[in-house]
Design a protein around this ligand. Sequence first.
Ligand SMILES: [Zn+2]
Ligand SMILES: [Zn+2]
Length: 390
Amino acid sequence: MSPLSRFGNDLPFLTALRHDLHAHPELGFEEERTSAIVARHLEEAGLTVHRGLGKTGVVATLQVGNGQRRIGLRADMDALAMPEKPDRPYKSTVPGKMHACGHDGHTTMLLGAARHLAASRNFSGTVHFIFQPAEEGRGGARKMVEDGLFDRFPCDAVYGLHNMPGLDVDEMAVVEGPQLASSDSWRLTFKGIGTHGAKPHLGRDPITAAGSFLAALQSIVGRVVDPLQPAVVSACSVQAGDPQALNVIPDLVEIGGTARAYSPHVRDQLEEEIGRLAHGTAAMFGIEVHYDFIRRIPPVINDADATRRALTAARTVFGEKARTAFPPSTAGDDFSFFAAEAPGCYVWLGNGPAIDGALHHNTSYDFNDDAIAAGVAFWTTLVEQELAGE
Ligand SMILES: [Zn+2]
Ligand SMILES: [Zn+2]
């Protein structure tokens, strides 16, 4: 029997569930309906279910035999605050909310694996199925950890999976090392002395200072960070003055942006160097600056041993199409908070070609139902191999 065909019986149920979740998207920490559905199906499958970690998070435990190893498998449940454009039978029924990152598929596949493993019980050890809220920038993973996730449900390894357009649905990338970047925000306010636009010498112009700062900003990546280390610094917001007041130099300029890195050292460098540039610019122009670097999520860096274990499972399911080379993403994923507590591996499951060019977070994006069996097969195989009657 092929690794995928084992799950054929459950596919109509899982596909219908995926469509139902897609039609009812919920934003981070608001996944009341989704988590209730997840918890109900897990309970019906006979798992021990714990609710309320990270507000709307769900953890279900399946313990079989007397194997001592414990692993955590994670799916995220949240949608995005954006409209869904195409008409599809299961189009979002909630205006301005949409599953544009495929988390409806992640939730479905992990639930499918839990159902299968609870029935087949072909392993010895403990699996914690972690259904996480609020992955999309609202801090769900951190909240679950703060609520005692790993104290209550200790794990010897933790695994995450994300769909990836451009890879075939029978294809998976399992790569050691950096997978996703740190995702941090920075803000600064240049405070000068506002004055008449015709009399700049009577004030201190923060706009000219901001221009100098922005022009120099890319020198951090270009001149300070090791050229062999990827890094991104982007200014994404500039607020100053009033387009109706073109003869007024304002007091303040507010600038904000994002910083991305794949190592703790480069992350530290970006925090320090953006600040240095801000303070140096302020000194140069005789104005003040207030600078904040807001650490949001660390990079996702796959542990060597966990990656080896995930790759073994991927090769069993996908054969030659289990890839060990795939470029990291400059996006972030707060799975890194879980991987900080136990050796972790984050894998990419193919979602097929990008239809009409729609990638993650596009108003046309959709999880590919043809990937459901592959994802269930991967999770199930990983558990059966990792917890093979130690
Ligand atoms: Zn996303
Ligand atoms: Zn996502």
